[in-house]
Design a protein around this ligand. Sequence first.
Ligand code: HEC
Ligand code: CU
Length: 361
Amino acid sequence: MELPESTPRRRARPLRCITRCLVVIGIVAAATCAAASDWGMGAANSRLAPPDMFNPVSTPAYDIETLAWFAIAVCAGIALVVGALLAYSIIRFRSRAGDEEREPPQVYGSNPIEFAWTVVPLLIVFVLILTTARTIYTVEAAIAPPNAIRIRVIGHQWWWEVRYPGLKIVTANEIHVPVSDPAHPTPTFLDLESADVAHSFWVPRLAGKTDVIPNRRNTMWIEPRRPGVYLGQCAEFCGTEHALMLLRVVVEPRAQWDQWVAAQQKTAAASSDRGRRIFESTACVNCHTIKGTVADGRFGPDLTHFMSRETIGSGAAMNTHDNLRIWIKDPAVIKPGALMPRMNLSDADIDAVAGYLESLH
Ligand code: HEC
Ligand SMILES: [Cu+2]
């Protein structure tokens, strides 16, 4: 057979070189911009522990972690046995010189082998089903003690409405709960509802995922043992801004939580400055509530104590003066699909409204 002529080495063409350089520069620039325009979230979140289900701090999450490790151990055991048998067969029965003449022994049907490979996997699956069912049952069978904190969480495209019915508190995206002392547990029970499409509530260090379904009320509970801020997110694709439907659970010592409750129960400072007049005379009031004013809309987050929140737009931006101005001017700059329209306020009016919102502690 004739070998093909060796091809001459391709000379790098200058045009191709330039295009490649431009592509690389573009990618680096895009990545840098993305990092620079995360509205302070990257820096803020990097100070918090990642939302890791293998690092639980709350009762249902402990059980889920144990179950997950058990399932992983069983699967790792299966992988080890299968891998070892495979390696053994590959080495022991590899082709050797002189094999061409002989056929290996042909085995047709072996009751013991077929019995073994049917019954063993069945048993394994059965054990996994039983342990999973037991965990689900113990988590779901928990009954709320009388001192339990009760919260209604309502999923919206793309933010979380948070209501404490017994305490008459309404807030958004950041849930405050007291830490639970094992000697006197104060668990928090959540009713999950949706205002529009299916969402899923997930704070990995506190509990498993629970779907949030329209026209239905699902329940779950947490019992955090360590103070801290725990990150969560919507875990069910719910539209364009699903990835920016984040949430935070602030677990704080009881005394601090009581203070938070007392502050949230107060009505807004009844200042009558220009910012408040602009807010009250624009469509803001149709979508937002500020207790003690004419604003009683429920389409967007309650702003009564807006400054008690660390973030804007469900974890899309840190709640800073600059970010707030950008948000009021055009929310789409920070969160492109957000269902708050651009309100076309003048720069002076934006400053006044931002100033007013910043007085709502
Ligand atoms: C058509 C309804 C609508 C109108 C009108 C509206 N908003 Fe909003 N607003 C929303 C929605 C929805 C969100 C939540 C967006 C998200 O996080 O995806 C929001 C979020 C916000 C937030 C962030 C709140 C938080 O805690 O994350 C602020 C601040 C805000 N709006 C201020 C205003 C101001 C000021 C006006 C008037 C100039 C206004 N909004 C008009 C619907 C509206
Ligand atoms: Cu969602």
